[in-house]
Design a protein around this ligand. Structure first.
Ligand SMILES: Cc1cc2nc3c(=O)[nH]c(=O)nc-3n(C[C@H](O)[C@H](O)[C@H](O)COP(=O)(O)OP(=O)(O)OC[C@H]3O[C@@H](n4cnc5c(N)ncnc54)[C@H](O)[C@@H]3O)c2cc1C
Length: 307
């Protein structure tokens, strides 16, 4: 187990403490704004316009996950439909990411499937791509199953995420190849046990490159979602060496993380998308960002001190 992994596991465990959550929610809201475009859809769309001016496209993400009631899941579905309709009226590329636990996955697979299909239908009308984010390992199987069921029902404009820390991801990738599935490769943001996930950062990094290259070799539309300069450089080098056209892949990063690099890659002629979260349910997302980077914890600690 490396230090990096232990730090992340520690922060994610602490973040689940309700007293810590209450404290961070009340004191670190301003800090969270570094990673979150705003509370409202209107604020998010303003952030998207600023990105577009830099040549960077956006992936809209309505914050919210692990809902506990059907009514809440249905409210999120309505809000996602409102998002798609707002995007339909805009001239730039339309793209959203969502989480299945936001649409009631923990209450039942059929509910999540039904609600997602409603969003996908609206997205098809609007020419909007839908990315199903990948959550923690107990939910991977159901997430991939729901994706397959939507494909079988004839829905095309959607894709999934594969996490390079999961030992199963290479097999999952192989299984997605016959469907021509658009994949996003990420390292993975959750606390996972050694039985299912690599704990050594070097292995996770190596596995990221392996998955991204394999996806491209198999002809899948591939999103390379990382801020890691070494991985980005290697993928630039490798795709150029192989003559892989730039239309077949893109770089994706998070809003507020390495914005100058996002702009630079776009200026070099790569497609770049920034993942733009918005909404009031920012705490779990923010915790994962803090868990990724020890430097960020310091800022949180400072904001918690009585001022
Ligand atoms: C578009 C997008 C979508 C995602 N979707 C999912 C998902 O569906 N499921 C999921 O589990 N995870 C998702 N993630 C999160 C992902 O799994 C990682 O947790 C996250 O991207 C951090 O890992 P990293 O690849 O940037 O590399 P890290 O190993 O965290 O960082 C590598 C290097 O990148 C640079 N870097 C990283 N962060 C910063 C920073 N804040 N400022 C400056 N430099 C930095 C540093 O040089 C660092 O050494 C997504 C990430 C992105 C970008």
């Amino acid at each position: 187990m490396d230090l990096n992994h232990s730090y992340r596991a520690f922060v994610l465990a602490v973040a689940q403490n309700p007293r810590i959550e209450a404290l961070v929610r009340s004191r670190a809201r301003r800090l969270a704004r570094r990673f979150v475009a705003g509370d409202t859809l209107e604020e998010a769309l303003a952030a998207v316009e600023a990105l577009e001016r830099e040549g960077v496209h956006a992936i809209l993400d309505l914050l919210g996950e692990m809902v506990r009631t059907e009514a809440e899941a249905r409210r999120f579905q309505q809000e996602l439909i409102r998002l798609v309709q707002a995007l339909a009226a805009r001239p730039y590329p339309r793209y959203l990411s969502l989480k299945l636990t936001q649409l009631g996955l923990d209450l039942g697979e059929e509910l999540a499937l039904e609600l997602l299909e409603g969003v996908v239908r609206e997205a098809e009308r609007a020419g909007c791509f839908v990315r199903i984010d990948m959550e923690d390992s107990p939910r991977v199987e159901a997430t991939l199953r729901i994706y397959r069921r939507l494909r079988e029902a004839g829905h095309e404009g959607l894709g999934v995420v594969l996490q390079s820390y999961l030992k199963r991801s290479e097999r999952d990738l192989e299984a997605l190849v016959p469907l021509g599935t658009p994949v996003r490769i990420v390292k993975g943001a959750y606390r996972e046990p050694p039985a299912v996930a690599f704990q050594d950062k070097r292995l996770v990094d190596a596995q990221f490159l392996l998955l991204a290259k394999k996806a491209l070799e198999k002809g899948l539309p591939t999103a390379i979602a990382t801020h890691d300069p070494r991985i980005i450089e290697e993928m630039k080098r490798w795709t150029a060496e192989r003559g892989i056209e730039r239309e077949r892949f893109e770089f994706q990063m998070l809003y507020g993380v390495r914005p100058a690099e996002q702009k630079r890659l776009a200026q070099e002629g790569y497609t770049v998308r920034a993942y733009v979260p918005y909404g009031t349910d920012w705490y779990p997302y923010f915790s994962r960002r803090i868990a990724e980077r020890p430097e960020n914890l310091l800022f949180v600690a400072r904001s918690l001190l009585p001022g």
